[in-house]
Design a protein around this ligand. Structure first.
Ligand code: HEM
Length: 511
């Protein structure tokens, strides 16, 4: 089958190539009227404007990221001192699209989850108790939120310049009302690249055919880095081939063949992607205390206990890097079994994705409910038909684009234990129900997942399940322990990031 080439010039940046900037501002906006809203979209999608989303296309972002990586590889520690860029991405909620008076016949074609919005989906995705939409920061979860503008830059000054250029324009002032301004900041110093609980983040992403270059194109053409399966881009951008959720005919496991192109909503959604946003508050002191207490209860080092909850050490090294994992499981309480001292291994592109879970079927090395195992079970047996498990799992992948918010404890002015801090979780996909909602409800919040080995309760995801506490199988040879959960959803929305061409047509009034 002839495979359609990716139209990277038309796909907004941050979808296929992440903005990857340390300084990001998220403007949540409401249209003042359909006419004025469209006029502003026309302005911000105009390629002649320096702040235009058209100048932040996937082509531009991927080109910049490749140059940045090459400079790093050549030994330059701070490439941003040599090259820099500021980026913008625009995405709309269903109420935002509706407020623009788009054709009703087009709007009805959007899928139910998107039309309802995240707050209405709370019972399904588990936002309850302290995470219930009624407790969210206003006006999230209401039909007032129409747009998110993601603005990213290499330093604070460039970021505020770009934000000012956008918000000072006459069309912006006339067309939209800012509702919330949310700041994302990566952490600093030794904590750079780590989320607030202290674990390195942003390591594992799906490889994408046509975007991710295989490290070994001849020997291993279906993987980017070793262990990073290449997926068809239709999982993340509409209009391109998707994964086939079954083993190849006559084979068993990962299916490299192209499935049907992804379709969702009206025809003008091609080259677009759905965006999930969740503001997840993290109670860091309480999490740290719990890790220390559970480690002492289990008789293991707290670094190892923390790694068992996440599936990776704080350094990023996966537990499944067996030669660093104490075996048998019961180890001296003073032995972290950790690679905190050898971050080179954790940072190695050839090692840190190159592992599976199928050969640790009872979770003796990495618990069955460890966060990364729950969120992407790799070759885990998840279906009755074992051979279809991995190809089916590959249809529930997410392209994560999150960034922390709030000051680190003691690390910045105002960084007190009680300050708000957490993760601005963003992820792209082409099917909200099959991807984000499935992962959150069928895997993360489900104490019975994975269903094999039978007769075992693996537990809920100990990091992001939204219940107050849950059961967790730390050691298959012992009874489950109880783990309290310290991540709370404080805001969330579903957005659609249209192609650049579609934004221009919306602006011109031809859609
Ligand atoms: C405050 C909340 C969260 C924290 C602290 C957190 C932390 C982490 C960490 C430390 C990693 C390992 C680094 C990496 O592989 O990139 C990771 C991976 C991952 N997380 Fe989260 N996460 C959070 C929320 C979420 C949410 C809401 C989802 C989806 C519903 C999610 C899905 C994933 C996935 C898919 C991976 C990659 C797994 C893999 O490919 O091996 N995370 N997360």
């Amino acid at each position: 089958m002839a495979v359609k080439a990716l139209n990277l010039d038309n796909i907004q940046g941050n979808i296929l190539g992440g903005f990857n900037k340390d300084f990001q501002t998220f403007l949540f906006l409401k249209f003042k009227s359909a006419v004025k809203g469209r006029a502003w979209i026309q302005d911000i999608a105009d390629p002649d404007s320096k702040v235009s989303v058209a100048n932040s296309s996937s082509t531009e972002v991927l080109k910049f990221n490749a140059q940045f990586k090459a400079l790093l590889a050549s030994g330059i520690e701070k490439p941003e001192s040599l090259i820099s860029a500021a980026w913008t991405n625009l995405a709309l909620t269903f109420s935002g699209l509706s407020a623009l008076n788009l054709k009703a016949a087009d709007l009805t074609k959007f899928p139910t989850a998107f039309k309802q919005g995240m707050a209405a989906r709370a019972p399904l995705i588990g936002d309850q108790g302290a995470s219930a939409p009624s407790k969210w920061i206003a006006p999230f979860g209401t039909s007032d939120v129409h747009v998110v503008l993601q603005i990213a830059a290499d330093d604070l000054q460039s970021l505020s310049d770009r934000v000012n250029d956008i918000t000072a324009s006459a069309k912006f002032i006339a067309g939209v009302t800012p509702l919330q301004v949310v700041q994302g900041r990566t952490r600093e110093g030794a904590e750079a690249g780590h989320e607030h609980f202290g674990f390195k983040d942003g390591i594992s992403q799906p490889g994408i055919r046509g975007v991710t270059q295989p490290d070994d194109p001849l020997g291993n053409p279906d993987q980017g880095h070793p262990g990073q399966d290449l997926l068809w881009p239709g999982e993340f951008v509409l209009g391109y081939p998707t994964q086939i959720p079954k083993s190849p005919v006559g084979g068993c496991g990962f299916n490299t063949q192209a499935g049907a192109p992804s379709k969702s909503g009206p025809s003008w959604t091609a080259d677009g992607s759905y965006l999930v946003f969740r503001r997840l508050a993290q109670d860091v002191p309480a999490f740290d205390q719990q890790v220390t207490a559970l480690a002492s209860q289990a008789g293991i080092h707290k670094d190892l206990l923390g790694a068992k909850l996440v599936g990776r050490y704080k350094s990023g090294c996966p537990l499944e890097e067996r030669h660093f994992q104490p075996q048998p499981f019961v180890v001296s309480p003073t032995d972290p079994g950790s690679v905190t001292v050898t971050p080179a291994l954790a940072n190695s592109d050839t090692l840190n994705l190159n592992f599976e879970f199928g050969d640790d079927a009872n979770g003796a090395i990495c618990p069955l409910a460890g966060h990364i195992r729950k969120a992407y079970p790799r070759d885990e047996r998840t279906l009755q038909k074992a051979c279809d498990s991995e190809p089916e799992t590959q249809t529930h992948r997410l392209l994560r684009r999150g960034i922390p918010f709030g000051a680190s404890i003691g690390n910045r002015p105002g960084g007190q234990p009680s300050d708000p801090r957490g993760l601005l979780f963003f992820c792209y996909q082409t099917d909200l129900e099959r991807q984000f909602e499935f992962v959150q409800s069928k895997w993360i919040n489900n104490a019975q997942f994975p269903p094999f080995p039978t007769g075992v309760t693996p537990g809920e995801d100990p990091i992001i399940a939204q219940t107050v506490s849950g059961t967790f199988q730390l050691d298959p040879a012992k009874p489950n322990i109880t783990v309290k959960h310290f991540v709370t959803t404080t805001a969330g929305e579903y957005f659609f990031a249209p192609s650049i061409d579609t934004l221009q047509k919306i602006g011109a009034g031809t859609i």
